[in-house]
Each structure stands twice: as C-alpha cells, then as structure tokens.
Design a protein around this ligand. Structure first.
Ligand SMILES: Nc1ncnc2c1ncn2[C@@H]1O[C@H](COP(=O)(O)OP(=O)(O)O)[C@@H](O)[C@H]1O
Ligand SMILES: [Mg+2]
Length: 425
C-alpha cells in the first residue's frame, strides 16, 4: 500500500510534526518531534525520539531523550533544524504557490519537501515518513519554460499549473536568488538564475569565479552553465548556473544523503562569534585529527580569495560543514562564491583583529586560530593572489563579455584590492 501523500490541499495544520533522517532515503529513520512553542510566537521546539542514537544533529542538540530544545526566539528553529527550513526563495514559493492552510514555521519545515538540503526530512506522521512529495524535476528541454516560470514568480504573475510544475521542486533549497532543481543526464543538479534587475550575467560570472577558486586550490562544488534562449535578438546572452549537490552521494547501487549544517548553526551551537577564526576553531574540534590542518588552511584560502575577489557576501550561511560517515565534520565544498560588485571593503564574517575589514593585513592577525605559521600563511596568500591576478583572462576564456569584465574590474581591480594582491605577485 502506498502511503497517502501530503499536499497543500490535503494538509490539515498540525501542532507537531516529525523529523526523520534520510541518510539512506530508502529507509528513513525517525529522529524526533518538532512542535510549536506554547510560549514564543512561531518558534519551533525539538525533542529526540527515544530510540534515536545515531548522532547529535548539532552541538547544541545533544542526545538527551525527553529534553525539549528551543532557540527561544520568534521565527526560530533550534540547532540543525534551522538548516532544514527554506530560505527566502523557498518561502516565497510556499507562500505564493503551495499556499497551505497555515503558514507557521512548521509548514515551512514540512513544505520544504522531500529533497531538501542535507539529510533531514519532515513528515506529518511518526509511524511512516510522509513528506510533502514534490513532482518530477524539470528536464533540460524545459529550460526555456523554466526561465519564464521563474521570471513569472519574480514578477508575481498569476500562478499557472505550468509554473507550479516547474518551480515547485525548487522550494527545497535555501538562499535568496531564484533557483530550481533540474534533472540532467548526470543526475539532479541545482540551477541558479539571475535576478530580474541584474546588469551583468551573474550565473556565468559565478561559474567563472568558482572555477577560478578551484585554480587557487579551493575545493568547490562542480559548476557549469546553460545558455538561456533570448527573447529578443538584441539582448546580450544570458546563462543559468548548474551546481552539483555536495549533500548527495550517488554510487552504483546506493543513493545517499549527507547531513550538513551551515556555519551559522555550527558557530551558534559552539557559542562562538561569527568569524572565520571561530569557524577554524570548530574545524579543530570537529574535523578528523588527520585532516584538521588541511581543513583550516582551506578555510584560510577561502577567506583570502573572498577578500581579493570582492566576495563580501561570505556570510555564515554561505559556508557549510558536512558530516562524513566516519562521524567527523569537514568543510563542504565552497559555493555561492561570486564578486558582489559593491566595493564594501568589509566581509560578512569577521576576518581578524580589525573586524571584518577586507584586508590581507587583517587576515594575518589571527593566525593561531587557523593553526598557521606566518611563513605558511604568506605562502597561501601568495598562491591565491597569483591566481586572482589572472582573473580577467580566465573570465574571458569562459565567455564573460567585455562589458561585464569592465564592471568586475571596477571592483576586483580597484586600488584597494589590486595593490594588496600585487604585493604578493
Ligand atoms: N552544491 C550544493 N549542494 C548542496 N546544497 C547547496 C549547494 N549549493 C548551495 N546549497 C544550499 O543552498 C543554499 C542556497 O544556495 P546559494 O548558492 O547560497 O544561493 P543564494 O545565492 O540564493 O544565496 C545554500 O545556503 C546551501 O544551503
Ligand atoms: Mg547563499
């Protein structure tokens, strides 16, 4: 017998839902109960199931049967549950397209659906994993229609069944920019689109930046681009970015999911401030002893790259930790690495003793937090700076047009950044 599915029409608001873990989606395991707090508005609480023992979902959700966990704030979900919620784009789809009978944090958790970030799932039942199922993913041949559907959602056009079919599976991912899930020959991937008002071809630029980061020795999620058919012949070409998921593992016989938490969750759970150094400290505590050194160097590289490429949107949800099958965390591959073109001069996370200031001098002030000697740190900076020095050629090779490169140069090559990197080239 197949279980009845949960749909926005059939769903009756419940004050308790159930959290399941889907490391192997073929056999979901009940993990706990999620309820609405009686004290704080729109605040989710969490209790582990009595027989869940596999791992603590985050450091601030230790395995204690019967304990009720809560972040105690309006619109919050405790610990790792925060990463199982949709973000701005997903909430928008749930509000405008799903429109369930109630829109509390519990519905946001449920309607984020069956293929969300990480390995957690939400069900209406404690006996069976009964998620909000999502339809089949759009295919490559749907791309043009998908782009139109995403634009229609952005401009709040009336919802048609076509929009619903194409856009709905994409609620499962976080972030603010429009995105969808797409089925390609090499499996499912994330597709990211431009915002309506963007003057540059951001998806292509993100692809160029991610591949440049890889040349700088950073482990990145694999990306590609798809050309978007233009509606008007005189428009410049546009792209969508495809990203391979790092929270899924496909082998010949198995399809597995990896538990992931954002740096936001990891830092809050450890009671640490939002800084690169603190994240390096989390890695020291939670990464495999033989890989800590490497992981903390990797984080240092990412910080330096973000500074030099004007990626000042490097906030705590744009870094993730992934739980390996050996029980240790590691930095998930880098994602959402793209110049912000705002010339802000400060990062979203604290860099060093001069706060979030985007300078290499600042990056050199807290080396002990990264376990780095000064000579090694200088070596890492040099190897990143030399790659960044070549950004324009790399972007040109990948097809970023001259007009866009000119806009990028106004950020990446402004004196503030260029002079800093050229000290090391
Ligand atoms: N390659 C990936 N694999 C798994 N999850 C990802 C991947 N890339 C992004 N995500 C998740 O999706 C969220 C949104 O993606 P992101 O690229 O940051 O989009 P946005 O530009 O909208 O912030 C991320 O915060 C992360 O949780
Ligand atoms: Mg992001």
């Amino acid at each position: 017998m197949t279980a009845p599915e949960v749909t926005p029409r059939s769903y009756q608001p419940q004050d308790t839902l159930y959290l399941w873990t889907l490391i192997n989606p073929a056999s979901p395991v009940l993990t706990g109960a999620v309820s609405l707090s009686a004290l704080v508005p729109n605040c989710a609480t969490f209790t582990y199931a009595a027989d869940w023992w596999q791992f603590a979902l985050s450091e601030n959700l230790p395995l204690m049967a019967g304990q009720v966990f809560s972040a105690g704030e309006k619109d919050s979900a405790p610990g790792a549950l925060d990463d199982a919620r949709p973000d701005r784009w997903g909430e928008r789809i749930i509000r405008h397209i799903d429109r369930p009978a109630r829109l509390s944090i519990l519905e946001m958790l449920l309607f984020a659906g069956d293929d969300r970030f990480g390995a957690l799932g939400v069900s209406t039942s404690a006996e069976h994993y009964l998620p909000r199922r999502i339809g089949p993913y759009p295919q490559l041949r749907d791309l043009a229609a998908l782009v139109r559907a995403v634009e229609d959602v952005q401009s709040q056009a009336p919802v048609t069944p076509e929009i619903q079919r194409l856009v709905q599976p994409g609620v499962t991912l976080g972030g603010a920019r429009p995105k969808a899930l797409l089925h390609t020959d090499s499996g499912a991937c994330i597709v990211k689109f431009s915002e309506l008002d963007e003057t540059v071809d951001t998806p292509l630029i993100e692809h160029a930046t991610m591949t440049l980061a890889a040349l700088a020795g950073i482990r990145v999620a694999a990306t590609g681009v798809l050309a978007i058919p233009s509606r008007h012949a005189h428009h410049k070409s546009r792209h969508a970015l495809t990203i391979q998921r790092f929270d899924r593992l496909q082998t010949d016989s198995l399809n597995l999911r990896l538990h992931c938490i954002s740096a936001k969750t990891a830092l809050a759970a450890a009671g640490l401030t939002e800084s690169y150094g603190a994240l390096a400290t989390v890695l020291l505590r939670q990464a495999h002893p033989e890989r800590q050194k490497n992981q903390r160097e990797e984080l240092f590289r990412r910080m330096v790259f973000n500074i030099l490429m004007d990626n000042t949107d490097d906030h705590e949800r744009n870094h993730c930790l992934r739980l390996g099958f050996d029980g240790y965390y590691e930095l998930a591959p880098a994602f959402d690495v793209v110049p912000t073109l705002q010339n802000m001069g400060y990062q979203a996370l604290v860099v060093g003793q001069h706060g979030a200031q985007s300078t290499l001098d600042n990056a050199l002030t807290e080396l002990s937090e990264f376990g780095l000697t000064r000579p090694r740190a200088l070596e890492l900076i040099q190897s990143v700076a030399r790659v960044v020095e070549q950004w324009s050629r790399h972007f040109q090779q990948l097809g970023v047009c001259a007009a866009d490169r000119e806009q990028l140069a106004a950020s990446i090559d402004r004196d503030d950044l260029r002079l800093q990197r050229q000290v090391y080239c």
